[in-house]
Design a protein around this ligand. Structure first.
Ligand SMILES: Nc1ncnc2c1ncn2[C@@H]1O[C@H](COP(=O)(O)OP(=O)(O)OP(=O)(O)O)[C@@H](O)[C@H]1O
Length: 301
């Protein structure tokens, strides 16, 4: 059975009111499926404005698709009518946001966030039960309740704080985490520990992760499959290493060639790579379609 099915989903934002003719097509005809029996790290890559966050907000039910359907464990997420159905969905699909320093109010002890998640999503009332659920989630991210209890955000490192944010998301034992740029605000030296943590959640606890990033290196390291988005379109889709080793679409090639290498920086080569091929591909995008290669990869042509 599918865990998550994204079926031909598009999102159009009207600018200046519904009757205005100005709009942005943030997401265009995106489809993919995650399998319930095969937890994976599914990565969405794309530059700023390509539609990654809009797609993730639709999966979380924070935006509704203009067209298409999103189905979680067989239920259309647009049809989650009552509070009980909505709560059940929120227990199963949890977000992790980009900046842990924005996630946590500096005037509130960080463990209070975990307490409220345990109460609201698990319905726990007794202090012992709440603390057991918190400690269990904190252990999964390599922390413990005693390390975190009573502490404020500024008393923890960015890496520790992002672990606490992930622990909060893990309290209801979700099947799916939506992690939107979870390492971009974390110190480079701590980045791999968070990335390895996501891997561990997949391997040890069977949690699937939708990992949203600009960062090709971490995407290459942890992803099972990925999509590359440009201006709302999926331009390439397939096993992560196959796509990143040998990108087929001009935009994917541009992304890969834009990664700054130490030897280029040392030689003063800081200019962006030539965008002309990717820009030409974008001009013909509305007339394009996805085509399947012999290795099961999909490329927009
Ligand atoms: N609520 C909104 N109203 C109008 N336009 C929006 C809204 N949200 C997003 N957009 C537009 O939709 C497009 C896609 O934005 P989105 O934030 O999904 O991209 P992104 O790939 O996540 O970018 P970033 O990496 O910068 O977060 C952009 O052109 C953006 O300006």
């Amino acid at each position: 059975m599918s865990l998550l099915e994204i079926n031909d989903v598009s999102k159009r934002f009207h600018l200046g009111g519904l009757l205005s003719r100005h709009h942005v097509d943030a997401v265009r005809n995106v489809s993919f499926t995650l399998d319930e029996d095969k937890p994976e790290i599914f990565t969405i890559i794309g530059e700023s404005g390509s539609g990654k966050t809009t797609l993730s907000r639709m999966i979380l039910g924070l935006e509704q698709p203009t067209e298409g359907h999103i189905t979680f464990k067989g239920t259309d997420t647009a049809a989650l009518g009552n509070r009980a159905a909505r709560l059940k969905f929120m227990r199963s699909v949890q977000p992790v946001f980009q900046n842990p320093f924005e996630t946590f109010n500096p005037l509130k002890q960080v463990d209070r966030y975990l307490v409220s998640t345990a109460r609201s999503l698990l319905g726990l009332t007794s202090r012992d039960e709440v603390e057991a659920a918190m400690d269990d989630a904190l252990q999964k991210v390599g922390l413990s309740l005693s390390e975190v209890k009573g502490r404020y955000a500024h008393e923890l490192s960015g890496g520790q704080l992002q672990r606490v944010a992930i622990a909060r998301a893990l309290i209801p034992n979700p099947a799916l985490l939506i992690a939107d740029e979870p390492v971009s605000m974390v110190d480079a030296s701590l980045r791999m520990s968070i990335v390895n943590l996501l891997k561990n959640l997949r391997d040890e606890f069977g949690v699937s992760v939708i990992y949203i990033t600009h960062d090709l290196a971490t995407a290459y390291y942890i992803s099972d499959r990925l999509i590359i988005m440009q201006k709302g379109y999926v331009v390439e889709f397939g096993p992560a290493r196959a796509v990143l080793d040998d990108p087929k679409h001009p935009y994917s090639r541009l992304l890969k060639s834009s990664v700054l290498r130490v030897e280029d920086a040392g030689a003063g080569r800081l200019e962006p790579a030539d965008r002309s091929e990717a820009t030409r591909a974008l001009e013909t995008m509305s007339k394009s379609h996805m085509e399947e290669g012999p290795d099961g990869r999909l490329v927009r042509v």
